[in-house]
Design a protein around this ligand. Structure first.
Ligand code: PLP
Length: 405
């Protein structure tokens, strides 16, 4: 029998959502309201639906048929992305790679870098960044007491530092930053993000910037892209997705920006273009997002599409506001929910994340997500999301308000 990749044995079970499912299933009460949903619930924008219908019709004739497209995405979509999302930034269409998801891209990007690279992640964190580095052999062993991998640098994000991680105190090569953040719902200002860009420049590090929730940004001075910071194209890769922006979680379309100005070195010290490496990888391992889906994504940039997307995001943001104001009224400290669909609350009286989960489920018939499931710095916190209906969100907040804390 052949030897397997033993790095997989270091992976910790994806315990969080299965445990939540188990506890909800064991719960006797009827009609649990799930404010743990990380998936969208509103329909696709009508402009997207129309564009996809018409793309289906294109496929019905020999002339209109689209077979394999360019692996990097059709030029019309890449150009629309560059013109709309990167206007006034130094990003061109040939630095944009369309894919079927930010999850795959944030997971696959590690292939371009040496197994010896030191990785830093925020804590709490979107688990994909950690697990894919475990698979690649960069994590070291799992320390079950510390609930952390020995070779990963964790950057705690807690109320004490206003969820803004301190710069690493030991050298790191790859830094995953996610803003607006999942799970905490918090953001960085332009100046704060600039500190990270400067750090990366000074230390020869690369920032992997996950902006999957960019469309939820409503406040001024919150960068929508890391390339709003001068010189970031020399040190950063950016991930974006139509999933949360336009409800594409089941439709699947995203893109990654890998600037031409971004270089690594090989062991002889010769510079290597990261953009060219990603292009090579993408063309070798990926055969493009479906034409129909890309036409749907293109419609997101039409005037109608933009308006409809804004309406849907406003709907979710209103739910977030219902949650944050409800929590504040009953004296629960909470964060996020302003430029994000996620509300991150501090559990009352120092309760553990799972203890609070059980209390909420048993006494209020509401389910959320224990913060501890996203990393040890998430202990004592809890995530509620704005993706349920307004009606259910209001009902859930009423139930929460009746809790005795
Ligand atoms: N990045 C973050 C931070 C996410 O929370 C998610 C989904 O929940 C993704 C990426 C996945 O995006 P996609 O649907 O494009 O794979």
């Amino acid at each position: 029998m052949i030897l397997v990749n033993e790095n997989y044995q270091r992976l910790q079970g994806s315990y969080l959502f299965s445990e939540i499912g188990k506890r909800i299933a064991a719960h006797k009460g009827e009609g649990v309201i799930k404010l743990g949903i990380g998936d969208v619930t509103r329909p696709l924008p009508p402009a997207v639906i129309d564009a996809m219908h018409s793309a289906v019709d294109d496929m019905s004739s020999a002339q209109g048929l689209h077979g394999y497209g360019p692996e990097q995405g059709y030029a019309w979509l890449r150009e629309a992305i560059a013109d709309n999302d990167y206007a006034n930034m130094s990003i061109g269409a040939d630095e944009i790679f369309v894919s079927d998801g930010a999850k795959c891209d944030t997971g696959n990007i590690g292939e371009l870098f040496s197994g010896t690279c030191k990785v830093a992640v925020q804590d709490p964190v979107y688990p994909v960044y950690v697990d894919t580095n475990v698979m690649a052999g960069r994590s070291g062993e799992y320390d079950s007491d510390a609930k952390a991998y020995t070779d990963i640098t964790y950057l705690p994000c807690t109320a004490e530092n206003n969820f803004k991680p301190a710069l690493p105190s030991t050298p790191v090569d790859l830094i995953y930053l996610c803003y607006p953040n999942n799970p905490t719902g918090t953001v960085l200002t332009k100046d704060e993000l600039k500190t990270w860009v400067n750090y990366a420049k000074k230390n020869g590090a690369i920032i992997l910037f996950d902006a999957a929730y960019e469309a939820f940004i409503r406040e001024d001075d919150i960068p929508r892209s890391i390339y709003e910071i001068d010189g970031a194209d020399e040190v950063a890769i950016e991930f974006r997705s139509f999933s949360k922006t336009a409800g594409f979680t089941g439709t699947r379309c995203a893109y990654t920006v890998v600037p031409k100005a971004l270089y690594g070195v090989d062991s002889s010290g010769a510079k290597q273009s990261i953009r060219d490496m990603w292009n090579r990888r993408h063309c070798t391992k990926f055969n493009g997002v479906p034409y129909i889906t890309q036409k749907g994504a293109l419609a997101c940039y039409s005037e109608q599409g933009k308006e409809q997307i804004k309406e849907t995001i406003d709907y979710y943001l209103n739910n977030a506001k219902i949650i944050t104001s409800g929590l504040k009224k009953i004296g629960i400290e909470c964060f996020g929910g302003v430029n994000s669909p996620y509300v991150w609350l501090k559990t009352p009286d120092g309760m553990g994340s799972w203890e609070f989960f059980d209390k909420l489920l048993n006494e209020a018939n509401v389910a959320g997500t224990p913060g501890a499931g996203f990393g040890s710095s998430g202990e004592g916190y809890f995530r509620l999301t704005a993706f349920n209906t307004e009606e259910n969100t209001i009902k859930a907040v009423e139930r929460l308000s009746a809790l005795t804390l």
